[in-house]
Design a protein around this ligand. Sequence first.
Ligand SMILES: Cc1cc2nc3c(=O)[nH]c(=O)nc-3n(C[C@H](O)[C@H](O)[C@H](O)COP(=O)(O)OP(=O)(O)OC[C@H]3O[C@@H](n4cnc5c(N)ncnc54)[C@H](O)[C@@H]3O)c2cc1C
Ligand code: SF4
Length: 326
Amino acid sequence: MILPAFKYHQPKTVNEAVALAQACDGDFDFISGGTDLLPNYKMRLNARGNVISLSGITELQDISPTRIGAMARLREVINTPALQTSLPVIPHTAKLIATPLLQESATVGGNIMLDTRCYYFNQSWFWRDSKNYCLKADGHDCLVVPQQSVCYATYSGDLAPVFMVLDATFVLVGPDGKREVPAEKFFTHDGITRNVKLQEEILTHVIIPASAQTLQADYMKLRVRDAMDFPVLGVAVALELNERTIVRLRAGLTGVATTPLLFDDVTNGVIGDQLTESLIEIIADEIMSRVTPYRNVALSPQYRKAMIAVYLRRLLQKHLNGEPVS
Ligand SMILES: Cc1cc2nc3c(=O)[nH]c(=O)nc-3n(C[C@H](O)[C@H](O)[C@H](O)COP(=O)(O)OP(=O)(O)OC[C@H]3O[C@@H](n4cnc5c(N)ncnc54)[C@H](O)[C@@H]3O)c2cc1C
Ligand code: SF4
């Protein structure tokens, strides 16, 4: 498949990129590594007339345990010793994304901003034409939940639930200046609008609180092909124990809803409790009971739902068994 024609812009600063975006009057996309955007363009999925590259903006490329630039490539994240030591869950998760070749181009910002996915959307123009398209691109009706107002495409980025359990903040810069949005408040329940970022805003970096470094965090993903696939379920857990007493606990999911999900209402209720086999069962079953995956990505919703409890149990039991975490 070949790309549609578009005008390519290469700004050198964030301010220049924002000004270019304003001049494009809505007909543009930002591009980082292009490993999500360009396959979508090739399939004629909402392609725009202008593409604004963020790859020449050096201020977006820094990596440290408390700040990761949106243009940080996944390969650099995987190979950064300071992250491997202080926040190993981030390089561990980055290594599970796509393939080694794609990790050379793919970025942290692009991963967070990943477009939502659906069996009826991630298809060629020809295939979608046979179904008369859908609400997310070129059509009027949702083919998963028949109606005409909300898209239920599945959010499938791996890093977002990890940033959520680490209590990270996303920094956005746009025409009205800079603002910070907690990762847990960034995503919105519509597969088309996807998040609170305004079109002309750039995600510049992720701030991770120093307190995240005392958490034991881990991530597991379920996918069809272990060598290269989006998560059809991803589970992130961050835990701080004092002996067996739970001091902090957060659990996040991806690949099972239009947004990554966080379950503080469940995990806050067990702070101060002893981590035991039976408590792990209760937490895992309670979180699983709150999720209803849609039938729009690989593997059945029933199986993906059941695996939520399985993966939560496996991640939490590592702490009981004294096994290494991520
Ligand atoms: C074969 C294959 C397998 C894959 N497997 C996985 C997987 O297992 N897990 C996974 O999570 N992803 C997977 N991906 C998707 C993709 O490779 C990664 O999510 C990658 O991290 C996206 O980053 P990017 O820089 O290439 O994003 P891009 O394609 O450049 O951008 C993605 C989206 O984010 C927007 N965007 C990018 N950067 C910014 C920014 N700084 N500010 C505002 N908007 C921005 C773009 O406009 C676009 O809408 C896979 C892709 C392929 C082709
Ligand atoms: S959930 Fe519905 S509207 Fe969204 S991509 Fe799938 S079919 Fe289209």
